[in-house]
Design a protein around this ligand. Structure first.
Ligand code: COA
Length: 268
């Protein structure tokens, strides 16, 4: 399989020497939010990238100035049933598992808003660099749901359990500098330096033995206990889906779409 630069409806893929693939999500009308179509395109592209030997390093980023990914698409999610909620989370998991487990490094270059599913897709990459304009966050509980694309599992691996709880329970936004301080990102660059610097780092990696790097990635993942990954992600997908029969999910997502504050019920 050969690796060429290409564009699909929501993805721009560029090849740089030696063996670096830059994959950009591009859905400007919704700040690159992830609907089913985008997730399916992404899954197909990642499968091809995983199976293309010429690609040695993947850089994953968002197109445009403002957003990496502004989360899962709330307008699409609003009316989902429990079963559809589970399936949507499972599709997100297929994408995040490809990023996490493919036998080549995946680097997130976060260029702007990375909220909800945006933070979760970045967390599925091997590591994250951010522009000084990046903003992270897991705002799902403010919409009546929980992180459903692996955030309940992966955030604590980056920032530790108490801080992951604090971020998920408050839903607060984390700017680039704080993201660096808490270990969420490896380094912060001025926004016009983000891609050149991340490409330089990818070039360093791509000159090393791809076999040795792949083996190191596999062992680092195994030793960080990804062996229980499927069971844990399945538990998350079902917990996420079950929230789609609650008042609070309907209220939270309707409030976002109607541009008003939600009014939640007590514990149900
Ligand atoms: N799902 C669907 N549409 C989204 C979206 C999402 N996650 N995030 C942004 N959009 C849409 C907005 O509805 C808006 O569409 P419109 O122009 O048709 O009204 C457009 O993208 C631009 O967003 P807007 O909110 O006007 O931009 P902003 O600069 O005022 O705010 C954000 C940017 C990212 C802070 C804000 O869009 C936001 O909070 N998004 C949702 C983030 C979120 O909760 N994600 C987790 C989902 S589980």
């Amino acid at each position: 399989m050969t690796a060429d630069s290409s564009t699909t409806r929501h993805l721009i893929q560029e090849m740089l020497d030696p063996g670096i693939c830059v994959l950009k999500i591009s859905r400007p009308e919704a700040l690159n939010a992830l609907n089913t179509d985008v997730l399916i395109e992404l899954k197909d592209a990642l499968l091809k990238i995983a199976n293309t030997p010429e690609i040695r390093v993947l850089i994953f980023t968002g197109n445009g100035e403002k957003a990496f990914i502004a989360g899962a698409d709330i307008t699409e999610m609003k009316g989902k049933t429990v079963e559809e909620g589970v399936q949507f989370a499972q599709l997100g998991h297929e994408v995040t598992k490809l990023l996490e487990l493919m036998p080549k490094p995946t680097i997130a270059a976060v260029n702007g808003y990375a909220l909800g599913g945006g933070t979760e897709l970045a967390l599925a990459c091997d590591f994250i660099y951010a522009s000084d304009k990046a903003v992270f966050g897991q705002p799902e509980v403010g919409l009546g749901v929980i992180p459903g694309f692996g955030g309940t599992l992966r955030l604590s691996k980056f920032v530790g359990l108490p801080r992951a709880k604090e971020l998920i329970f408050t839903g607060r936004r984390v700017k680039a500098e704080e993201a660096f301080q808490i270990g969420l990102v490896c380094q912060v660059f001025e926004s016009n330096q983000l891609m050149p610097r991340v490409i330089e780092i990818a070039q360093t990696i791509s000159k090393h033995s791809a076999t040795a790097v792949a083996k190191a990635k596999h062992l680092l993942n195994e030793f960080a206990e990804t062996s229980g990954l499927n069971v844990k992600l399945d538990a998350e997908a079902h917990a996420f889906g079950r929230l789609f029969e609650t008042h609070d999910q309907r209220e939270g997502m309707s409030a976002f779409v109607e541009k008003r504050k939600p009014v939640f019920h007590g514990l149900s």
